[in-house]
Design a protein around this ligand. Sequence first.
Ligand SMILES: [Zn+2]
Length: 103
Amino acid sequence: MANWKCNACGATYSDTLRDGGPYTHVCGPEIVSHEVTDDKGQIVKPRVEREYANHRDENPLPGVAYDAKRKGHVLPDPDDPTGTVFYPGPVPIKSEGAGRTAV
Ligand SMILES: [Zn+2]
C-alpha cells in the first residue's frame, strides 16, 4: 500500500482500497469556471469543464492479460493482429499523464 499525489490534477489517494483491492486513479474534470445563476436560480452561465493537461488514467490498457508463467502482462500487438507484446512488471495503464509522486 502506498499513498500518491497525482501530478496532473493534484488529487491524493491510496493505491489500495479498504477491502485490500486495488484503487485506480483517473483524473476527474478540471473546473474552469463555476455555474452562475440569477436570483431566480436560472442558469445564466453554465459550468465549464475540461480535461486536465497530461490527464492520468490508471485503468489497464484494453485487452491486457496477466501471464503467470512470465510474471508480467501481455497485450495485443498493434502491428501484428495475431501477436502479443509482453510487459514485465505492473499492469500497463491507459495513460501515465503527468505521473504521480509518493506522499
Ligand atoms: Zn489526477
